[in-house]
Design a protein around this ligand. Structure first.
Ligand SMILES: [Zn+2]
Ligand SMILES: [Zn+2]
Ligand SMILES: [Zn+2]
Length: 492
């Protein structure tokens, strides 16, 4: 097959999305035809499939690297890996995948798109403005206001054309402007990239994964906040390889530290809990009791669940890992007597353990800041984690409460800390993974004073009470209550 292609149509950091759109456009191929030409064949006579996983633009796993390299005279897989790596190398951790760092929907700059260009930078989670034009990125078709998934051919009717028929750029100029070169204007991004390219381990030091953001909007992410001054980096790298010795330089004994960590997690949990009680759920105390004790009239169906109570009860149940409805709320977990590593909120035990282990690795560096630095970081991150976890439940409360089910809520993820020795300040950056648009007004079914009041004849139907019900030979009720509890139980 003879193809129309020029090497100068490919730019540094350009995403496979626009490269493949250009290829399809120049050769008048539909996306299906494009996949049949460059798609990976599983067997000798198999035609490449058009499934989502085969059209993944992050892994490019559905694209036949050899075939495409022949057409483009260029290795797109290597291009993608290399540039992607120079964006995320220093924030990559064992437990997050490439996908975390890219937005799911296409984000683009109008000026770049006008010349057929879309950049991996535009897809990078931390970037909201085009690094070439400093224009805010958009993610909806101008005409139909629909998003376009970051997936080969998805949401498009033709090359560079939204499925509603609206072209994303003026296609009458054809490829006359595709060779236009770009230069990154954002200095801190340039520095970030250089840093990522230099050495993979260098900046790994203190980027701790924990959580997401509560703030309204990332404006333009200041990457320098995440870069460590070189003298600090040297120190960290040195300490990192010190191994055992550096552990001793953390001046405190384990028992003392474990107790401190426990206290921090307990105090922060208490204050967030108090905050929630004072704000979101202050009118729903009886709703909470109704749900948590599974109160209902004997023989009647369960009353509708109040979404506020739903958010609060399951936030707490999951955070503290209570067995479903077995216990009355008795607060955070207690520290065990032997002073092992314990935290008050078991859901985040591993995350906090990891944070602590990393601190030990960098202990010498921490000693300069005293334990207070660690205390501050821990309190700050877990406070957001706890609150953010509540917001996730709050987001799902409307549907979950109505449908009597528990959604799958992904655990929140990343936070990063940057250090600067200059002013003895710790910079703190939250990196958002999920978006929370809090629906302000959930509707409580018990919205008057008289409705709110729990009827004196209502009884508990918790798993413990269920045992009694079973003895009373009321099989129908038993099955009904049992099923209800099962629907609201977390599988852990
Ligand atoms: Zn641009
Ligand atoms: Zn459209
Ligand atoms: Zn309520």
């Amino acid at each position: 097959m003879n193809v129309v292609w020029r090497k100068e149509w490919i730019h540094p950091f350009e995403s496979p999305w626009s490269i493949l759109e250009k290829f399809a456009f120049a050769n008048v191929l539909s996306h299906k035809e494009l996949v049949s030409v460059i798609g990976r064949r599983v067997g000798p006579n198999m035609t490449p499939s058009f499934t989502r996983s085969m059209r993944n633009l992050i892994t490019l796993q559905g694209v036949d690297s050899d075939a495409l390299s022949r057409f483009l005279n260029y290795n797109l897989h290597a291009h993608n890996n290399e540039y992607f790596d120079s964006l995320i190398r220093s924030v990559r951790t064992n437990c997050n995948y490439e996908q975390y760092w890219l937005k799911n929907n296409l984000h683009w700059c109008v000026e770049c798109m006008e010349v057929g260009h879309h950049s991996l930078c535009h897809q990078f989670l931390l970037i909201d403005y085009c690094p070439y034009h400093n224009k805010q990125l958009i993610n909806l078709c101008h005409n139909c206001k629909q998003p376009i998934p970051y997936l080969l051919g998805e949401g498009l009717s033709d090359a560079f054309t939204c499925k509603c028929g609206h072209p994303l750029l003026d296609l009458s100029t054809k490829w006359s402007r595709w060779s236009q070169r770009f230069k990154i204007q954002n200095k801190s991004l340039t520095k970030w990239i250089i840093n990522n390219t230099k050495n993979a381990d260098q900046t790994r030091g203190l980027h701790w994964r924990i959580i997401n953001d509560l703030s309204k909007r990332r404006v333009n992410f200041d990457f320098e906040q995440l870069l460590l001054p070189s003298e600090v980096e040297k120190q960290i790298r040195y300490e990192y390889y010190m191994g055992e010795e550096s552990i001793q330089s953390f001046d405190f004994n384990n028992t003392w530290i474990y107790k401190q960590i426990y206290d921090i997690t307990r105090d922060v949990f208490k204050s967030i809990d108090k905050y929630l009680r004072r704000t979101y759920i202050h009118k729903h105390k009886s709703c909470i009791k109704r749900l948590n004790c599974l109160l209902k009239e004997p023989g009647e169906p369960f009353p509708e669940i109040c979404p506020y109570a739903y958010a609060y009860v399951f936030w707490k149940q999951s955070l503290l890992k209570y067995p479903p409805f077995y216990e009355k709320f008795c607060g955070a977990r207690k520290m065990n007597a032997v002073y092992d590593f314990t935290i008050s909120t078991p859901l985040y035990e591993d995350v906090i353990r990891d944070l602590y282990d990393q601190t030990i690795i960098h202990s010498d560096y921490f000693r300069n800041y005293s334990f207070n630095a660690f205390r501050w970081m821990l309190a700050k991150s877990i406070g957001m984690m706890y609150l953010d976890w509540f917001y996730s439940w709050y987001d799902s409360a409307k549907h979950g409460a109505k449908g009597v089910y528990l959604p799958n809520i992904p655990e929140n993820l990343i936070v990063a800390f940057g250090f600067s020795t200059k002013n003895k300040k710790i910079h703190f950056r939250k990196i958002r993974i999920s978006e929370h648009k809090l629906e302000k007004d959930l509707i409580c079914p018990f919205n008057t004073k008289s409705k709110r009041k729990v009827s004196p004849s209502a009884c508990e139907h918790t798993p413990l009470a269920l045992t009694m019900l079973n003895r009373s030979n009321n099989t129908e009720q038993f099955k009904y209550v049992n099923d209800y509890i099962r629907r609201l139980s977390m599988t852990q």
